[in-house]
Design a protein around this ligand. Sequence first.
Ligand SMILES: NC(=O)c1ccc[n+]([C@@H]2O[C@H](COP(=O)([O-])OP(=O)(O)OC[C@H]3O[C@@H](n4cnc5c(N)ncnc54)[C@H](O)[C@@H]3O)[C@@H](O)[C@H]2O)c1
Length: 357
Amino acid sequence: MLNIAVIGCGYWGPNLIRNFCSIPECKLKLVCDIDKGRLAHMSRLYQGIETTNKIDYVINDAEVDAIAIATPVRYHFEMAKKSLLAGKHTFIEKPMASSVKECEELIELAEKHNLTLMVGHTFIYSSAVRKIKEIINAGDIGEIMYISSRRLNLGLFQKDINVTWDLAPHEISIILYVMGKTPVCVNCQGKAHITEGIEDITNMTIDFDDGGFATVQSSWLDPNKVRQTTFVGSKKMLVYNDLEPFEKIKIYDKRVDTLPHYDTFAEFQYSYHHGDMYSPYIDQVEPLKVECQHFLDCIKSGSKSDSSGIEGLKVVQVLEAASKSLRNEGGKIKINHNLFEFETAQLLFEFETAHNT
Ligand SMILES: NC(=O)c1ccc[n+]([C@@H]2O[C@H](COP(=O)([O-])OP(=O)(O)OC[C@H]3O[C@@H](n4cnc5c(N)ncnc54)[C@H](O)[C@@H]3O)[C@@H](O)[C@H]2O)c1
């Protein structure tokens, strides 16, 4: 039985609390928030649950095995660092931290203390996203030429991070998980309309090492809620609409072919293929429940999570590059992977040496 503590009982934390409470092999021991009203609300919902408004009380509780952090992003690093230093397995909501440097430090700490570090990339635990990965890996769609993703709605406006840092972690984590490819360059443009200096609409493009290309549109300023990602393959096209209750994935047997050989411009022509559309069956399971269970399984088995610190870092690398690009009027920003790969290799070596493996 693992004892879990959750820090942050605002909008998202209660979802973690509800899911951890529903899993038999863990006990939700403690919840923490600086807002006493939220703690009182949690006590009403979960009779007998222990509450505190001091993070140090959580950190110093020797019975707590793991801590889940669901506070605003600016607190993630300090809280996760304290948690790891106290020997607790640590779950951090997305995005993992405010900078690449912070993510690297947390990964290093988790490795050093042999602790599970996991990031809340909830969508990669959804049946729909898992199905998409299966379909793409099976080659049904062909080679993915580009991905176009949109996450739009009215609000919720954040005061400390822009819309890219708030919404795009979902898109980026889905794209990286499904494609398994390395992003190399990011361009991002955006505009702040409501809060000065905090972009509420952004358009990002990501280039991958194999020539792949993705566009990600994020907005807090749209009348309609949109959660849609299109994967355009050389054979077929797949549309993932997370707002559809049942048919979240639709596969269109549509493509454009060009003749492999032509001698004159007059001979050059496109051939448009229009075929059937089908929607595969998807299990109806709450992704967050799968995610919470996966965190516990990783702690027990010691295996790396599907959304480990490294995956959290990859998302923050894209976000950080997007912020630099925004400041650079949308200019292309290269992602520096070498530094991190070098540091990871070093860490692995130190870790293996220390453990004589
Ligand atoms: N995985 C998802 O789908 C998903 C969805 C929404 C939000 N999130 C993430 O969850 C995190 C929290 O977002 P939110 O929308 O719930 O924010 P929120 O502002 O609604 O809630 C944050 C809570 O943290 C508390 N808090 C702040 N500082 C604290 C401190 N020092 N000690 C203890 N408690 C403190 C606040 O009082 C508040 O209750 C963010 O990282 C966000 O990106 C994830």
